[in-house]
Design a protein around this ligand. Structure first.
Ligand code: ADP
Ligand code: ILO
Length: 340
Protein backbone atom coordinates (compact mmCIF):
# COMPACT_ATOMS: atom_id res chain seq x y z
CA UNK A 1 0.00 0.00 0.00
CA UNK A 2 1.14 3.52 -0.88
CA UNK A 3 0.96 6.47 1.49
CA UNK A 4 -2.62 7.79 1.06
CA UNK A 5 -3.27 11.29 -0.17
CA UNK A 6 -5.87 13.19 1.80
CA UNK A 7 -7.80 16.00 0.09
CA UNK A 8 -7.08 19.53 1.35
CA UNK A 9 -10.46 19.84 3.04
CA UNK A 10 -9.94 16.60 5.00
CA UNK A 11 -9.93 17.36 8.74
CA UNK A 12 -9.68 13.84 10.16
CA UNK A 13 -7.34 13.05 13.01
CA UNK A 14 -5.98 10.29 10.78
CA UNK A 15 -4.85 12.83 8.18
CA UNK A 16 -3.43 14.99 10.94
CA UNK A 17 -1.30 12.31 12.59
CA UNK A 18 -0.41 9.81 9.85
CA UNK A 19 2.68 11.41 8.40
CA UNK A 20 4.56 9.75 5.57
CA UNK A 21 7.38 8.87 8.00
CA UNK A 22 4.98 7.23 10.44
CA UNK A 23 3.24 5.39 7.60
CA UNK A 24 6.59 3.88 6.54
CA UNK A 25 7.27 2.69 10.09
CA UNK A 26 3.82 1.16 10.68
CA UNK A 27 2.98 -0.28 7.26
CA UNK A 28 4.64 -3.67 7.82
CA UNK A 29 3.37 -4.28 11.34
CA UNK A 30 0.66 -6.87 12.04
CA UNK A 31 -1.21 -7.80 15.20
CA UNK A 32 -1.41 -11.48 16.24
CA UNK A 33 -4.89 -11.60 14.64
CA UNK A 34 -3.55 -10.30 11.32
CA UNK A 35 -4.76 -6.71 11.59
CA UNK A 36 -2.70 -4.23 9.54
CA UNK A 37 -2.31 -0.47 9.18
CA UNK A 38 -4.06 -0.66 5.81
CA UNK A 39 -7.16 -2.11 7.49
CA UNK A 40 -6.99 0.35 10.39
CA UNK A 41 -7.04 3.41 8.13
CA UNK A 42 -9.24 2.21 5.27
CA UNK A 43 -12.37 3.93 6.58
CA UNK A 44 -10.65 7.29 6.90
CA UNK A 45 -9.00 6.96 3.49
CA UNK A 46 -12.24 6.01 1.70
CA UNK A 47 -14.25 8.61 3.65
CA UNK A 48 -12.22 11.83 3.75
CA UNK A 49 -15.06 13.55 5.63
CA UNK A 50 -14.31 11.31 8.64
CA UNK A 51 -13.63 13.16 11.87
CA UNK A 52 -11.40 10.37 13.19
CA UNK A 53 -10.76 7.88 10.37
CA UNK A 54 -9.34 4.83 12.17
CA UNK A 55 -10.71 1.63 13.70
CA UNK A 56 -9.02 -1.08 15.75
CA UNK A 57 -9.35 -4.73 14.72
CA UNK A 58 -8.39 -6.15 18.09
CA UNK A 59 -7.13 -5.11 21.51
CA UNK A 60 -3.52 -5.38 20.28
CA UNK A 61 -4.14 -2.77 17.55
CA UNK A 62 -3.89 -0.10 20.24
CA UNK A 63 -0.32 -1.18 21.12
CA UNK A 64 0.91 -2.38 17.71
CA UNK A 65 -0.10 0.93 16.11
CA UNK A 66 0.30 3.04 19.25
CA UNK A 67 2.24 5.78 17.44
CA UNK A 68 -0.92 6.49 15.43
CA UNK A 69 -3.64 5.67 17.97
CA UNK A 70 -2.06 7.47 20.96
CA UNK A 71 -2.16 11.03 19.60
CA UNK A 72 -5.70 10.47 18.30
CA UNK A 73 -6.81 9.19 21.71
CA UNK A 74 -4.97 12.04 23.42
CA UNK A 75 -6.63 14.70 21.32
CA UNK A 76 -10.15 13.26 21.33
CA UNK A 77 -10.40 12.53 25.07
CA UNK A 78 -7.84 15.07 26.35
CA UNK A 79 -6.09 12.00 27.77
CA UNK A 80 -2.34 11.67 27.93
CA UNK A 81 -0.61 8.36 27.28
CA UNK A 82 0.78 8.42 30.83
CA UNK A 83 -2.75 8.54 32.29
CA UNK A 84 -4.88 5.62 33.42
CA UNK A 85 -8.51 4.67 32.82
CA UNK A 86 -10.64 6.00 35.69
CA UNK A 87 -13.79 4.26 36.79
CA UNK A 88 -16.59 4.97 39.24
CA UNK A 89 -20.20 3.95 39.01
CA UNK A 90 -20.97 5.30 42.49
CA UNK A 91 -22.11 8.60 43.88
CA UNK A 92 -24.29 10.10 41.16
CA UNK A 93 -26.78 12.35 42.92
CA UNK A 94 -30.46 12.15 42.01
CA UNK A 95 -30.92 14.42 39.00
CA UNK A 96 -33.98 15.51 37.05
CA UNK A 97 -32.54 17.58 34.21
CA UNK A 98 -35.77 19.23 33.17
CA UNK A 99 -38.17 19.52 36.12
CA UNK A 100 -40.68 21.58 34.13
CA UNK A 101 -40.69 19.00 31.31
CA UNK A 102 -40.29 21.69 28.67
CA UNK A 103 -37.01 20.93 26.96
CA UNK A 104 -35.90 17.33 27.24
CA UNK A 105 -37.73 14.74 25.20
CA UNK A 106 -35.67 11.73 26.23
CA UNK A 107 -32.48 10.64 27.95
CA UNK A 108 -30.24 7.76 26.91
CA UNK A 109 -26.96 6.34 28.21
CA UNK A 110 -25.07 3.61 26.42
CA UNK A 111 -21.78 1.83 26.88
CA UNK A 112 -19.90 -0.20 24.29
CA UNK A 113 -18.42 -3.57 25.20
CA UNK A 114 -16.55 -6.36 23.39
CA UNK A 115 -15.71 -9.86 24.56
CA UNK A 116 -12.20 -10.75 25.74
CA UNK A 117 -10.58 -13.35 23.52
CA UNK A 118 -12.31 -12.36 20.26
CA UNK A 119 -11.10 -10.00 17.53
CA UNK A 120 -13.18 -6.82 17.15
CA UNK A 121 -15.82 -6.47 14.42
CA UNK A 122 -13.45 -5.27 11.69
CA UNK A 123 -11.78 -8.70 11.40
CA UNK A 124 -13.96 -11.11 13.38
CA UNK A 125 -14.90 -14.22 11.38
CA UNK A 126 -18.50 -15.19 10.72
CA UNK A 127 -18.17 -18.18 13.08
CA UNK A 128 -16.64 -16.07 15.85
CA UNK A 129 -19.36 -13.43 15.45
CA UNK A 130 -22.03 -16.11 15.74
CA UNK A 131 -20.29 -17.43 18.85
CA UNK A 132 -20.31 -13.93 20.38
CA UNK A 133 -24.01 -13.71 19.60
CA UNK A 134 -24.82 -16.97 21.34
CA UNK A 135 -22.68 -16.15 24.42
CA UNK A 136 -24.35 -12.76 24.78
CA UNK A 137 -27.88 -14.03 24.13
CA UNK A 138 -27.31 -16.68 26.79
CA UNK A 139 -26.18 -13.99 29.28
CA UNK A 140 -29.16 -11.80 28.39
CA UNK A 141 -31.59 -14.67 28.92
CA UNK A 142 -30.57 -14.78 32.59
CA UNK A 143 -31.58 -11.18 33.31
CA UNK A 144 -34.47 -10.71 35.68
CA UNK A 145 -37.07 -8.15 36.72
CA UNK A 146 -37.07 -4.86 34.81
CA UNK A 147 -34.09 -6.02 32.70
CA UNK A 148 -35.68 -9.24 31.41
CA UNK A 149 -36.56 -9.20 27.74
CA UNK A 150 -36.43 -10.87 24.35
CA UNK A 151 -33.70 -11.06 21.68
CA UNK A 152 -34.72 -10.28 18.10
CA UNK A 153 -32.15 -11.36 15.46
CA UNK A 154 -32.01 -8.93 12.57
CA UNK A 155 -32.22 -11.56 9.80
CA UNK A 156 -35.59 -12.64 11.19
CA UNK A 157 -37.07 -9.16 11.51
CA UNK A 158 -39.52 -7.75 8.96
CA UNK A 159 -38.47 -4.61 7.11
CA UNK A 160 -41.43 -2.82 8.65
CA UNK A 161 -40.48 -3.64 12.26
CA UNK A 162 -36.84 -2.78 11.58
CA UNK A 163 -37.73 0.63 10.12
CA UNK A 164 -40.07 1.42 13.01
CA UNK A 165 -37.40 0.53 15.59
CA UNK A 166 -34.90 2.79 13.79
CA UNK A 167 -37.40 5.64 13.54
CA UNK A 168 -38.18 5.35 17.25
CA UNK A 169 -34.42 5.58 18.01
CA UNK A 170 -34.16 2.06 19.40
CA UNK A 171 -32.16 0.31 16.67
CA UNK A 172 -28.97 1.01 14.72
CA UNK A 173 -29.18 1.97 11.07
CA UNK A 174 -28.03 -0.28 8.25
CA UNK A 175 -25.27 0.46 5.75
CA UNK A 176 -23.16 3.06 7.58
CA UNK A 177 -20.41 3.87 5.05
CA UNK A 178 -17.74 4.44 7.72
CA UNK A 179 -18.37 0.99 9.19
CA UNK A 180 -18.67 -0.53 5.70
CA UNK A 181 -15.16 0.62 4.77
CA UNK A 182 -13.80 -0.63 8.07
CA UNK A 183 -15.13 -4.15 7.40
CA UNK A 184 -17.64 -3.88 10.22
CA UNK A 185 -20.68 -4.65 8.04
CA UNK A 186 -19.38 -7.96 6.68
CA UNK A 187 -21.90 -10.85 6.57
CA UNK A 188 -24.76 -8.48 7.41
CA UNK A 189 -27.29 -9.27 8.97
CA UNK A 190 -25.92 -12.49 10.42
CA UNK A 191 -25.07 -12.27 14.12
CA UNK A 192 -26.72 -8.86 14.46
CA UNK A 193 -29.78 -8.17 16.54
CA UNK A 194 -31.42 -6.30 19.35
CA UNK A 195 -32.54 -7.37 22.80
CA UNK A 196 -34.99 -5.25 24.75
CA UNK A 197 -37.21 -5.34 27.78
CA UNK A 198 -40.97 -4.97 27.53
CA UNK A 199 -41.13 -1.15 27.57
CA UNK A 200 -37.84 -0.60 25.68
CA UNK A 201 -36.07 1.17 28.51
CA UNK A 202 -33.25 -1.38 28.48
CA UNK A 203 -31.76 -2.51 25.16
CA UNK A 204 -28.67 -4.27 23.89
CA UNK A 205 -27.42 -4.06 20.30
CA UNK A 206 -25.44 -7.03 19.08
CA UNK A 207 -22.50 -7.01 16.69
CA UNK A 208 -22.85 -3.55 15.22
CA UNK A 209 -19.79 -1.29 15.65
CA UNK A 210 -19.05 -3.02 18.95
CA UNK A 211 -20.14 -6.50 19.93
CA UNK A 212 -22.41 -5.04 22.58
CA UNK A 213 -23.97 -1.65 23.01
CA UNK A 214 -25.75 -1.71 26.36
CA UNK A 215 -28.41 0.99 26.45
CA UNK A 216 -30.74 2.49 29.03
CA UNK A 217 -33.24 5.12 27.89
CA UNK A 218 -36.56 6.70 28.76
CA UNK A 219 -38.72 9.72 28.07
CA UNK A 220 -37.96 12.93 29.99
CA UNK A 221 -34.87 14.05 31.87
CA UNK A 222 -34.50 11.75 34.87
CA UNK A 223 -30.89 10.89 34.14
CA UNK A 224 -30.14 9.26 37.50
CA UNK A 225 -32.89 6.70 36.88
CA UNK A 226 -31.46 5.99 33.43
CA UNK A 227 -27.94 5.66 34.89
CA UNK A 228 -29.02 3.32 37.71
CA UNK A 229 -30.75 0.98 35.27
CA UNK A 230 -27.66 0.90 33.06
CA UNK A 231 -25.32 0.20 35.97
CA UNK A 232 -27.47 -2.68 37.22
CA UNK A 233 -27.51 -4.16 33.70
CA UNK A 234 -23.72 -3.89 33.31
CA UNK A 235 -23.18 -5.55 36.69
CA UNK A 236 -25.62 -8.36 35.89
CA UNK A 237 -23.98 -9.03 32.50
CA UNK A 238 -20.49 -9.01 34.02
CA UNK A 239 -21.51 -12.05 36.06
CA UNK A 240 -21.60 -14.11 32.86
CA UNK A 241 -19.50 -12.21 30.30
CA UNK A 242 -15.81 -11.27 30.31
CA UNK A 243 -15.41 -7.89 28.63
CA UNK A 244 -12.21 -6.86 26.82
CA UNK A 245 -10.41 -4.37 29.03
CA UNK A 246 -7.00 -2.82 29.64
CA UNK A 247 -5.75 -1.00 32.74
CA UNK A 248 -4.59 1.89 30.59
CA UNK A 249 -7.42 2.26 28.06
CA UNK A 250 -10.37 0.82 30.00
CA UNK A 251 -12.99 -0.98 27.92
CA UNK A 252 -11.74 -1.81 24.45
CA UNK A 253 -13.80 -0.56 21.52
CA UNK A 254 -13.61 -0.60 17.72
CA UNK A 255 -13.28 3.18 17.52
CA UNK A 256 -10.77 5.03 19.72
CA UNK A 257 -13.45 7.59 20.60
CA UNK A 258 -15.29 4.92 22.57
CA UNK A 259 -12.46 3.68 24.77
CA UNK A 260 -12.44 3.96 28.56
CA UNK A 261 -15.89 4.20 30.03
CA UNK A 262 -17.23 3.65 26.47
CA UNK A 263 -20.11 5.73 27.74
CA UNK A 264 -22.22 8.22 25.82
CA UNK A 265 -24.90 9.93 27.90
CA UNK A 266 -27.26 11.99 25.77
CA UNK A 267 -30.45 13.98 25.80
CA UNK A 268 -32.76 14.86 22.98
CA UNK A 269 -33.32 18.49 23.82
CA UNK A 270 -35.46 21.14 22.14
CA UNK A 271 -33.72 24.51 21.97
CA UNK A 272 -35.69 26.76 19.57
CA UNK A 273 -33.92 29.98 20.51
CA UNK A 274 -30.39 28.65 20.71
CA UNK A 275 -30.91 26.81 17.42
CA UNK A 276 -30.97 30.24 15.79
CA UNK A 277 -27.55 31.06 17.24
CA UNK A 278 -25.46 27.96 16.53
CA UNK A 279 -22.24 29.76 17.41
CA UNK A 280 -23.48 30.39 20.94
CA UNK A 281 -24.78 26.84 21.25
CA UNK A 282 -21.43 25.50 20.09
CA UNK A 283 -19.48 27.70 22.51
CA UNK A 284 -21.49 26.30 25.45
CA UNK A 285 -21.18 22.69 24.32
CA UNK A 286 -17.42 23.11 23.77
CA UNK A 287 -16.97 24.63 27.22
CA UNK A 288 -18.71 21.68 28.88
CA UNK A 289 -17.00 19.00 26.73
CA UNK A 290 -20.23 18.16 24.96
CA UNK A 291 -20.93 17.04 21.41
CA UNK A 292 -23.88 17.98 19.22
CA UNK A 293 -25.44 15.32 17.02
CA UNK A 294 -28.64 15.31 14.96
CA UNK A 295 -31.88 13.64 16.05
CA UNK A 296 -31.17 10.42 14.19
CA UNK A 297 -27.75 9.99 15.77
CA UNK A 298 -24.26 10.46 14.48
CA UNK A 299 -23.88 12.00 11.00
CA UNK A 300 -27.55 13.11 11.01
CA UNK A 301 -29.14 16.55 11.04
CA UNK A 302 -31.13 18.35 13.71
CA UNK A 303 -34.88 18.67 13.07
CA UNK A 304 -37.39 20.98 14.70
CA UNK A 305 -34.66 22.56 16.87
CA UNK A 306 -34.10 19.19 18.57
CA UNK A 307 -30.49 18.21 19.19
CA UNK A 308 -28.76 15.15 20.56
CA UNK A 309 -26.34 16.55 23.16
CA UNK A 310 -23.87 14.15 24.81
CA UNK A 311 -20.57 13.94 26.66
CA UNK A 312 -17.61 13.94 24.31
CA UNK A 313 -14.88 12.54 26.59
CA UNK A 314 -15.11 8.90 27.60
CA UNK A 315 -11.58 8.07 28.76
CA UNK A 316 -9.67 9.55 31.70
CA UNK A 317 -12.88 10.50 33.47
CA UNK A 318 -15.12 8.08 35.37
CA UNK A 319 -18.60 6.97 34.35
CA UNK A 320 -20.15 9.28 36.95
CA UNK A 321 -18.03 12.19 35.69
CA UNK A 322 -19.05 11.47 32.09
CA UNK A 323 -22.69 11.82 33.14
CA UNK A 324 -21.87 14.95 35.15
CA UNK A 325 -20.31 16.55 32.04
CA UNK A 326 -23.73 16.25 30.45
CA UNK A 327 -25.64 17.35 33.55
CA UNK A 328 -23.57 20.51 34.03
CA UNK A 329 -23.74 21.51 30.37
CA UNK A 330 -27.45 20.82 29.98
CA UNK A 331 -28.25 22.94 33.05
CA UNK A 332 -26.51 25.87 31.38
CA UNK A 333 -28.16 25.23 28.00
CA UNK A 334 -31.61 25.32 29.62
CA UNK A 335 -30.77 28.48 31.60
CA UNK A 336 -29.52 30.26 28.47
CA UNK A 337 -32.51 29.09 26.42
CA UNK A 338 -34.89 30.37 29.12
CA UNK A 339 -33.23 33.78 29.29
CA UNK A 340 -32.88 34.24 25.51
P1 ADP B 1 -24.49 5.65 19.70
O1 ADP B 1 -25.02 6.54 20.74
O2 ADP B 1 -24.92 4.26 19.95
O3 ADP B 1 -23.06 5.83 19.50
P2 ADP B 1 -25.90 7.07 17.49
O4 ADP B 1 -25.43 8.46 17.69
O5 ADP B 1 -25.95 6.57 16.09
O6 ADP B 1 -25.07 5.97 18.24
O7 ADP B 1 -27.36 6.97 18.11
C1 ADP B 1 -28.06 5.76 18.06
C2 ADP B 1 -29.55 5.98 18.16
O8 ADP B 1 -29.87 6.43 19.47
C3 ADP B 1 -30.10 7.02 17.20
O9 ADP B 1 -31.34 6.60 16.69
C4 ADP B 1 -30.30 8.22 18.09
O10 ADP B 1 -31.29 9.11 17.63
C5 ADP B 1 -30.71 7.54 19.37
N1 ADP B 1 -30.53 8.40 20.55
C6 ADP B 1 -29.38 8.91 21.02
N2 ADP B 1 -29.59 9.66 22.12
C7 ADP B 1 -30.93 9.62 22.34
C8 ADP B 1 -31.78 10.19 23.32
N3 ADP B 1 -31.31 10.95 24.32
N4 ADP B 1 -33.12 9.93 23.23
C9 ADP B 1 -33.60 9.14 22.25
N5 ADP B 1 -32.85 8.57 21.30
C10 ADP B 1 -31.53 8.81 21.35
N1 ILO C 1 -15.32 6.78 11.78
C1 ILO C 1 -16.22 7.91 11.87
C2 ILO C 1 -16.95 7.95 13.21
C3 ILO C 1 -16.09 8.32 14.37
C4 ILO C 1 -16.73 8.41 15.73
N2 ILO C 1 -17.95 7.75 15.84
C5 ILO C 1 -18.21 6.50 16.11
C6 ILO C 1 -17.30 5.77 16.93
N3 ILO C 1 -19.19 5.93 15.75
C7 ILO C 1 -15.40 9.19 11.65
O1 ILO C 1 -14.19 9.12 11.73
O2 ILO C 1 -16.05 10.23 11.43
Amino acid sequence: MEYPTFPKECNSLLAKYLTKELFEILKTRTTPNGFTLEKAIRSGVENPDSSIGVYAGDKESYTTFAELFDPIIEEYHSFSKESQYQSSFDGLESVELDPKGEYILSTRIRVGRNLEGFPLGAIISKEQRNEVESLVVNALSRLEGDLAGVYYPLYDMSQEVQEQLIEDHFLFKEGDRFLESAGLNRDWAEGRGIFHNHNKTFLVWLNEEDQLRIISMQKGGNISEVFERLVSAIKALEETLNFAYSEHLGYISSCPTNLGTAMRASVHIKLPKLSKDMERLKSITDKYHLQIRGVDGEHSESRGAIFDISNRRRLGISEVEAVRDLVEGVKVLIEVEEKS
